[in-house]
Write a new protein. Structure first.
Length: 208
């Protein structure tokens, strides 16, 4: 998993509450188990008209935000069904960080496991960041995970909290597999002892 340390990028304002996972990635695009290729369907029903043309009014279709790497959104982002395709689609599109006052629990957990930083801020701070994000091409934020600081385009900063374990995993690029691999020596020792203690069980060490 790619490390997340410091990000400077354009922030797109999605001033809506209760943006659910079906809006993020509609159900008809859940036929794959691959993480790649879902970005083109991100916010499909909002980004595209019925004839397949782009909806020019949707924020991610506007020239200033096409390369956005950060989303500033309203309350309860990622609610709805527990589809992991939602963070997959965001990440594949190029979104690396979402800032809101609150997130649905399952979406929140899935996002961190896929290397995306979700930041919870107060309503007052969200209003400031939303104002920054509405500046179009000048809507650049810097997110410093190590120091837990967001810097706005005018140089103002605000602090955010994050669980230390989640922070550690992002800074070091560790998903569940990576965390397990850190214990490879201990796992190997356990398998060797198990095989020595129970040699009569074929493949005992491999089965553990």
């Amino acid at each position: 998993m790619e490390k997340f340390t410091k990000l400077t990028g354009v922030a797109a304002p999605l001033d809506m509450i209760n943006i659910d996972t079906d809006m993020i990635i509609p159900k008809q695009f859940l036929k794959t188990i691959k993480r790649e290729g879902l970005g083109k369907h991100l916010f499909h029903d909002a980004r595209f008209n019925e004839d397949g043309s782009e909806n020019e009014d949707f924020v991610l279709n506007k020239p200033a935000y096409r390369g956005a790497e950060i989303i500033v959104a309203g309350d309860n982002f990622g609610c709805g069904s527990s589809r992991e395709h939602a963070p997959w689609a965001l990440k594949d599109f190029g979104i690396k960080c979402v800032i809101s006052t609150s997130f649905a629990d399952i979406f929140y957990n899935n996002s961190f496991k896929n290397g995306m930083l979700l930041i919870k801020v107060s309503k007052e701070d969200l209003e400031k960041l939303m104002d920054d994000a509405e500046r179009g091409a000048n809507a650049t934020l810097t997110v410093d995970l190590e120091n837990q600081v967001i810097q706005g385009p005018d140089g103002g900063t605000l602090h955010f909290d994050i669980d230390p374990f989640r922070k550690y995993c992002l800074l070091n690029g560790l998903d569940d597999i990576g965390l397990t691999e850190q214990k490879a020596d201990k796992i190997g020792d356990f398998e060797a002892k198990r095989e020595a203690a129970q040699p009569w069980i074929p493949g005992a060490a491999k089965a553990v």
